[in-house]
Design a protein around this ligand. Structure first.
Ligand code: GLP
Length: 262
């Protein structure tokens, strides 16, 4: 796990976009896993700017949505399909046929979930998965208690998630209680994971994710098992991390490793 401390939210987004750009340079048909929520918005903004400056080209890129509310049409203003289109996909030159997402109104849930898993596999797996983190430690919509080897499936939202997401709807009653999410096992198969966390309301979840025991009660803690997980935080979200000095030193000095071989 690599913990990257930044001074503020903008820097989190710049760092995440920088990593994605670097990975895209290595693989032009990058498979990018996309998260919703307020946190990744700045990353999408950065990527759009990089595209406008012609530093990145999305014509070969494939994207996979992380989750979706069950029962919402694609064009519902709160569907994650709508969020991704408005905040990212319609601003870049991605090919329509390279955009993959979970259907909020599937004809058959199990079949659709299996087909989504198959699609990810047939594209060679997700290269870079962007993640936010819920205050209760969830990733995607994998709520506490989710199996750490779960696959894409239907989930029931936790009470605190319904409350946290109520601000996007008219009122709490409007928030769907069920969702579809790629599983924790599915997330863990991504070659690289970038988890972003900003603000003091995420500090406890970040502490448990990075320095707590690995437990299904804090789904994000499973990232401790991932060989390429980058946790990018600002001062507030990382406030409870006990090894802050060490993480900062590692990040600032990682290029020096090569000097030891000279
Ligand atoms: C939702 C999404 C998650 C996201 C989380 C945190 O529950 N399903 O993918 O990480 O919210 O969102 P935010 O970044 O707005 O705090």
């Amino acid at each position: 796990m690599e913990v990257i401390f930044t001074s503020n939210y903008e820097k989190i987004c710049e760092e995440a976009a920088r990593i994605i750009l670097r990975e895209w340079k290595k693989k032009k048909n990058l498979a990018l896993g996309l998260a919703t929520g307020a946190t990744p918005l700045g990353v999408y903004k950065e990527l759009i700017e990089l595209y406008q400056k012609k530093e990145i080209d999305f014509s070969g890129v494939q994207t996979f949505g992380l989750d979706e509310y069950l029962g919402l049409e694609e064009d519902h203003p709160q569907s994650f399909a709508h969020y991704m289109k408005e905040n990212f996909l319609k601003h870049i030159n991605i090919k329509k046929e390279n955009i993959f997402r979970l259907d909020g109104k599937p004809s058959d849930i199990d079949t659709n979930c299996q087909e989504y898993e198959d699609k990810i596999k047939s594209c060679g797996g997700i290269d870079v998965q962007i993640l936010g983190i819920g205050r209760n430690g969830h990733i995607g919509f994998n709520e506490p208690g989710s199996s750490l080897s779960s696959r894409t499936r239907v989930k029931t939202l936790a009470e605190e998630t319904v409350k946290d997401n109520a601000c996007f709807f008219e009122n709490e009653r409007e928030v769907p209680r069920f969702c579809l999410t790629i599983g924790i096992g599915t997330v863990m198969e991504a070659k690289m994971i970038i988890l972003l966390a900003s603000g003091g309301n995420k500090k406890d979840a970040v502490r448990q994710c990075v320095e707590g025991p690995v437990t299904a009660s804090v789904p994000a803690s499973v990232l401790q098992f991932h060989p390429q997980a980058k946790i990018i935080v600002d001062e507030d979200a990382g406030a409870l991390l006990s090894r802050k000095g060490y993480y900062e030193w590692v990040f600032q000095n990682k290029e020096r490793v090569k000097d030891y071989l000279k």
